[in-house]
Design a protein around this ligand. Structure first.
Ligand code: ATP
Length: 513
């Protein structure tokens, strides 16, 4: 199955089983906005719980807040969003389609990277066992030529973006001979800047109304509460403030399902440190966050760092954690060393001192900040896309299974009476009732047991508990494991332990401390 097919199937599967629906579907949908269904909401909550508890519970110097979405409009001037939260857009005059200029160039670079990989594969086949990949990459003329091309395009693109030179960006698109994927032509408009913030009117009458913005990130709610939290929580530097909440961006090109939405959710943590110590903490948070990801066990090779060459004007280091999505390696989380830019700027705009008195050094200063910022929805897509598998069981039977890490699985166990009679449903309900305070359970008595197992596989339930006639005699049940399909006969009193061992965060958290 190609990655493209896999992605299409995943989208259909997410809808069919109640994970993700198009928003306003009965009105033909609203572009790049999605609703989470009954299982999607559970999975999302579990992801948020994993993040929140790993941040707030495991670190005694990190606390969590929940700030409002609406904020004073001056905040967005201070943060630089009013002036500079723009994407460079370009239209194709023939297809009338709109693109992000930097994305067109990045896709062009990705195509050249593909060519390099194909060349390397050719070399691998040709030289078989004696193939030395590093040497091949360093000496093959085609590879070298394409690498140089990438370096040149990247250099020109970063230069143009950094200096906000929109003409240079357009010239680069023309020089790379990039065509519109729809019309196939190079008939481009000039590149223009487009602000990504949604604005709205607050106030009851037109005269008194103020223009405010839907927040494009949750971080600013943390910065403006920095002193409130520091003082009331008696926090000592280094310390962090975490927050989970909705953010809104009027994305120009919204696509790839829930990867890029106009309304989405972020989990952000700002870590306040002494000036001069920020790069040490940046390295520490890079390591911590990668560990958090890899602890879920969805394959270490699927992650990589992408260190930024082009830094935002306020940052002195930045990296993305990228994941191997069905459409390639893409950002799931950003880690940024934001210096004292945000607090310093709010101090200037608000006229209020945002300083910290360090009793160890006897100095007052504006702290430096390391930010970790991850999208809940991208994390959902990461989990769904890495867990979706079609497995052939025999010649005429296949199963679709979501190998969701048990700690995140929406439903932890299903209780299934083998038959709908002979007291088996009653016994099954009794077992269900004894477990439902601890785990999210489902009860299912319809169809054959095989069909019921398939239904649970398709939603990623790690355990099925089957109640049969023997259960009535000796109080034992069958525990069926999702991943191995193994069945284990155990006493009812053992079910809790078997399930808890797999679905509790405890084991993972112990590794993260
Ligand atoms: P991208 O380069 O993909 O646009 P970004 O660098 O603008 O992302 P940040 O501003 O660093 O993203 O936001 C932090 C995180 O928020 C991202 O890593 C991503 O997981 C999530 N995120 C950002 N924009 C969106 C969006 N439109 N839809 C879903 N998640 C998003």
């Amino acid at each position: 199955m190609t990655q493209e097919d896999l992605f299409k199937k995943l989208i259909a599967h997410s809808k069919e089983y109640g994970f993700i629906f198009q928003s306003s579907e009965i009105y033909d949908g609203l572009s790049a906005v999605y609703d989470y269904g009954q299982l999607g909401a559970e999975l999302k909550n579990n992801i948020k719980k994993y993040w929140w508890e790993a941040m707030v519970r495991l670190n005694d110097n990190i606390v969590g807040i929940d700030s409002a979405i609406f904020m004073h409009p001056r905040i967005w001037e201070a943060s630089g969003h009013v002036g500079a939260f723009n994407d460079p857009l370009i239209d194709n005059k023939d297809s009338k389609k709109r693109y992000r200029a930097d994305v067109l160039l990045e896709e062009h670079i990705a195509k050249i990277e593909d060519k390099i990989e194909k060349e390397v594969e050719k070399g691998r086949k040709k030289f078989a066992d004696s193939f030395d990949e590093t040497k091949f990459r360093e000496t093959n003329p085609n590879v070298i030529r394409n690498q140089n091309k990438i370096a040149e395009i990247t250099h020109r693109m970063n230069g143009a973006l950094n200096s906000n030179d929109l003409d240079a960006l357009k010239q680069l698109i023309l020089d790379c001979e990039i065509v519109c994927p729809i019309s196939g032509t190079r008939n481009w408009t000039d590149v223009r800047q487009f602000n990504l913030m949604f604005s709205l009117q607050m106030g009851s009458t037109a005269e008194s109304a103020n223009t405010i913005y839907l927040r494009p990130e949750t971080a600013q709610g943390i910065f403006v509460n920095f002193l409130n939290v520091q003082k009331t929580g008696r926090m000592k530097i280094p310390f962090g403030i975490a927050q989970i909440g909705k953010a809104f961006r009027n994305e120009i090109v919204a696509r790839q399902f829930i990867f890029r939405m106009r309304e989405f959710e972020q989990m952000e943590m700002q870590f306040f440190v002494r000036p001069g110590e920020e790069l040490k903490w940046f390295a520490k948070w890079k390591e911590n966050r990668m560990k958090w990801h890899k602890s879920l066990g969805v394959g270490d090779d699927n992650y990589r760092f992408h260190d930024h060459e082009k830094l935002a004007h306020y940052a002195n280091a930045a990296t993305d954690i990228e994941f191997n999505f069905p459409f390639g390696f893409k950002e799931v989380e950003g880690i940024h060393s934001r210096t004292d830019f945000d607090l310093g700027s709010h101090q200037k705009y608000s006229g209020k001192k945002l300083q910290y008195f360090d009793s160890e050094t006897g100095e007052s200063y504006v702290p430096y900040v390391i930010e970790t910022s991850i999208g809940v929805d991208r994390m959902m897509l990461l989990i769904l896309s890495s867990s979706y598998h079609e497995e052939r069981l025999s010649d005429d039977e296949q199963r679709i299974v979501l190998h969701i890490p048990p700690v995140l699985a929406p439903v932890k166990l299903a209780v299934l009476p083998l038959l709908k009679k002979d007291g088996l449903p009653e016994k099954a309900r009794e077992i269900l009732n004894s477990l439902k305070c601890d785990f999210y359970c489902q009860y299912d008595e319809k169809d054959s047991i095989g069909k019921r197992y398939r239904r649970q596989d398709a939603i990623g339930t790690p355990f099925c508990i089957t109640v049969d006639h023997q259960t009535l005699d000796d109080n034992t049940v069958t525990v069926r494991h999702r991943d191995t399909m193994e069945q284990q006969r155990v006493d009812i009193s053992k079910i809790y332990e078997i399930i808890n061992e797999q679905v509790s965060f405890k084991k993972i958290f112990e590794k993260l401390i």
